[in-house]
Design a protein around this ligand. Structure first.
Ligand SMILES: C[S@@+](CC[C@H](N)C(=O)[O-])C[C@H]1O[C@@H](n2cnc3c(N)ncnc32)[C@H](O)[C@@H]1O
Length: 206
């Protein structure tokens, strides 16, 4: 199988792309995805929010979810300087940095809640594996991660005038890795589901 097959929607350089389209992207990206919102609401039933649980949005973009994580100690990381600049202005209470989700620089077990919406499709199959390993490394014991990305969208040439797709995914490597973590009792899989054009992995570190 050819890794990372190039198609019409291929973005050669994700960082440059989001720096260029940052303002436009940010203007249309203002509604919460109901699945991500449900996840965040659910975490609020699990954690004592007075203790300032640590929340991280990996690939936070314009940071829209920080609007509903104010009771958490909120952090975000994104490759795009432009999007981090926009989210820093909008959500000054969040601790944000420009960085790569594959090598975040955060410490082991640092975060109680990790959210990632729409990043997977920008990673090669090998990078997706690294991304899962990094997510599990920085997730606290007892912490939960919502990892999502688009799939099956080769028939969608653009979304809101923007191309957003790099890797025509099948997620089989990721699925295998997650199942191995589960067999080794490192994580529990809470659910894996496909919603419209996205796949969601909800996991808990044990
Ligand atoms: C489709 S956008 C989603 C943004 C945000 N999560 C949202 O829901 O609006 C994808 C984001 O992932 C970021 N991204 C892609 N690859 C990344 C990487 N390797 N490290 C950090 N951020 C990355 C992009 O810069 C962009 O902001």
């Amino acid at each position: 199988m050819v890794e990372n097959t190039i198609n019409l929607n291929y973005i050669p350089d994700v960082k440059t792309y989001y720096n260029q389209v940052g303002n436009k992207y940010s203007r249309f990206r203002k509604y919460f995805w109901s699945e991500a919102r449900k996840f965040i609401d659910w975490t609020k039933t699990l954690y004592n929010t007075n203790s300032k649980s640590k929340f991280l949005d990996m690939g936070c973009g314009n940071g829209l979810y920080f609007q509903i994580t104010t009771e958490y100690d909120s952090h975000g990381i994104d490759l795009s300087e432009k999007l981090i600049e926009i989210s820093t202005k909008r959500y000054p209470y969040a601790k944000l940095k420009v960085g790569n989700v594959l090598e975040t620089g955060y410490t082991d077990n640092e975060f109680d809640i990790v959210l990632t919406v729409g990043v997977f499709q920008h990673l090669t199959n090998q990078e997706q594996i690294k991304f899962i390993q990094e997510t599990i490394r920085i997730l606290n014991i007892g912490g939960c991660a919502f990892v999502s990305g688009m799939c099956d969208i080769s028939d969608i040439p653009e979304i809101n005038g923007l191309i957003t797709f790099t890797n025509p995914l099948n997620y089989s490597g990721v699925l295998e890795l997650i199942q191995t973590y589960q067999q080794n009792k490192i994580i529990e899989i809470i659910y894996i589901k496909k919603v419209q054009h996205s796949v969601i992995f909800l996991i808990k570190k044990i």
